[in-house]
Write a protein that binds this ligand. Structure first.
Ligand code: HEM
Ligand code: HEM
Length: 210
């Protein structure tokens, strides 16, 4: 492992990392657990998550050192040895995300990308405004909005007709995977906090480490 990845972590993550983290976490949790799949709010939150993910990914190239992909490269072997160290309660500080956290972060981003992409395919790229308008029209009894080519943009019927079942399945599998990964992520955050004997959530919120 490159020595320059090891060292004191940031006392406080920069605002782009922090804001994108909590917006994405909130959007994922709300969409996976509370909103109506394909509803206007669901699509809104999905698009907001997509916007913040895009910003964060650009930040991974141009942001401060700790936020860059180069500071937390995906290295499965290093991830395993970090987990091994954690299990033995051996402390090791990293200047950015630790190698196990890094693998988890790439897995979360990949799953999120799959969920967003399949969501966009199902809605045929309809914007949240389009979706809201169509739903309002349908609620007012005007079903014509659902008869044209963008017919199925708020639902699954068209996708099914086009053999798009698998897109819907992939969306659901991706959403469930995201939830499982998020729970494991929380377990990792807790374990790391216990072993390092400090709350690593604070720098991701707004406080400093002290
Ligand atoms: C933020 C991440 C997202 C999560 C966690 C998520 C999660 C879910 C879940 C759990 C369902 C219900 C699946 C089912 O029971 O059939 C669903 C359905 C749906 N989602 Fe998402 N979603 C996300 C983003 C998006 C985006 C960005 C779009 C569109 C732009 C979208 C469009 C849809 C549609 C159209 C359905 C209805 C599918 C059907 O007819 O069964 N989702 N989503
Ligand atoms: C669905 C929910 C969640 C998702 C998708 C998620 C995703 C992520 C991602 C992508 C990162 C990397 C941040 C970056 O560099 O941009 C991260 C880091 C982090 N997350 Fe989450 N997160 C979720 C929930 C939570 C919750 C509920 C907590 C705390 C209670 C939390 C605590 C943290 C911490 C402390 C880090 C930084 C770890 C470190 O110091 O290396 N996350 N999370």
């Amino acid at each position: 492992m490159s020595r320059d990845l090891v060292g004191p972590p940031p006392a406080l993550w920069d605002p782009v990392v922090r804001v994108s983290h909590w917006v994405i976490a909130g959007a994922v949790a709300a969409n996976a657990l509370f909103t109506k799949g394909g509803g206007a709010l669901h699509v809104w939150l999905g698009w907001i998550g997509m916007a913040f993910l895009a910003i964060r990914l650009v930040w991974g190239l141009v942001g401060p050192w700790e936020a860059r992909f180069a500071a937390f490269p995906p290295r499965p072997i290093d991830a395993l040895s970090h987990l091994n160290r954690l299990a033995r309660r051996r402390r090791r500080e990293f200047r950015s995300h630790n190698p196990a956290g890094a693998m988890m972060i790439y897995a979360l981003w990949l799953s999120l990308g799959i969920v967003i992409a399949t969501g966009i395919v199902m809605t045929k790229g309809a914007t949240p405004w389009d979706v809201a308008r169509q739903q309002e029209a349908v609620a007012a009894g005007d079903w014509s909005a659902l008869v044209d080519d963008s017919a199925d943009s708020t639902g699954s019927a068209g996708a099914e007709a086009e053999g798009g079942h698998w897109v819907q399945d992939l969306h659901e599998i991706g959403a469930n995977l995201l939830l499982v990964l998020a729970v494991l992520h929380l377990g990792g955050v807790l374990a790391e906090s216990l072993v390092l004997r400090r709350n690593i959530v604070r720098p991701m919120l707004f406080g400093t480490r002290r």
